[in-house]
Design a protein around this ligand. Sequence first.
Ligand code: ZN
Ligand code: ZN
Length: 330
Amino acid sequence: MKCIVCGINDAYKFGRCRDCLSNEIKLKTEKMEITECPKCGSVRLNKKWYYNNIDENIKRNAISHIKTEKTDKIKSVNSLKILDDNILMDLIVDDRNLGEIEKEISIDLKVTKESCPVCNKVTGSYYEGVIQLRTFTTEYDNVIDDAKDKIIDFIKNINKTDPNSFVSKVDKLKEGLDIYLGKKEDAIKIDKIMEENYFSTVKITKSIAGRKDGKDLFRYTHLIRILDLMAGSVIYDKLYYMVKAITPNNIELLDIKNNSLLNLNSKDFFRKSFNVIHRIPEKDKFIVISNNGNETQLMNSKNYKIITVRQLFNSPEIYLYKYNEKYFSL
Ligand SMILES: [Zn+2]
Ligand SMILES: [Zn+2]
C-alpha cells in the first residue's frame, strides 16, 4: 500500500510513509552557541564551562534549543553530529496522535574558541597553596621523591573530575621540593596522605596574595617534614636515644643510658628538640655461636671477637647496632 499523502513511498503507519509522518512533526530551533577551549577541549554552554561529560552536556544543551508543539515531546536522540556551523540530530519524537516518529533536524551553530578559566590558571602559573617537602634532617632524601610521586598521582587522579585541581609547578631545591597547587583545599588532603604514609609533621602558614572582589586572597604554605631516620640512628634530647622502629604514627626509641623504651607519636616527637647524632647506623654482623638459656655467645663476623649478650636469638646471624663502642640489639 502506497502512502495516502505522497502516493509515492510505501505506507508505514496510519497510511503514511516515514517521510510524510516526519513532515507532520513541526519543530523550531534556535541558534546555538558553543565556546570551545582550544587547549583542553572543555566547552562553555550558557555561560557555564563544562570539563567533563562534554558530549552529554552538548546534547542536553542542543535539546533545549528545540521547540516542539504542545502535542509533541522529544523522547530520545539517536545521533548527534557537530559540523562547522550546524548540529545534525536524529530524534525520536513522541506525538500524541501519531506515536513515536523519527525526525531529523539541524540546529544553527556558532562555535567560538576561547581559553577556559582553568587553562588560564595553568598557563598563568596560578597557585593557591604550596607544599614544601622537607626531611627532619633537612638533607635531601629519596623519601622526598617518593612523597612527591604520591602527591602527583593524587592530584592527577582528582584532576579527572575537578580541573581546578592541578600542580602548576614543582621547584627542586637543595633541601627539598616545593609543589605549587592550583587549589588550596588539595593541600589539606595531601597533609592527610603524608600523615598516613610517613612519620611526619605539617606546619601551615598563610599569606595575603592579593585582593579579589573586595576580599583578601590567601595563599597557604604547608611545610611537611618527613622523618628520615632509620633503625640504629642515634638522636639526642637531654638523653641519647637509638631509633628502634618507625611506623607512620609511632617511633620507638631506646634510651641508651637507662636501657628503657620510649614511644612517641609524631606530634610529641616533633615538639621535642632532638638533635641527630648520627643518621646512618653503625652496625656489625654477628654469628650466633651458642647460648646457655638466657645468654648468647656471638662472634663478630669481621674481627672474630666473641661477645656475650643477655638475649636469645632465633637466627644464626644477627646485626647489632653500635654506639660509643657498645652494642645494642634492636
Ligand atoms: Zn508519503
Ligand atoms: Zn581549557
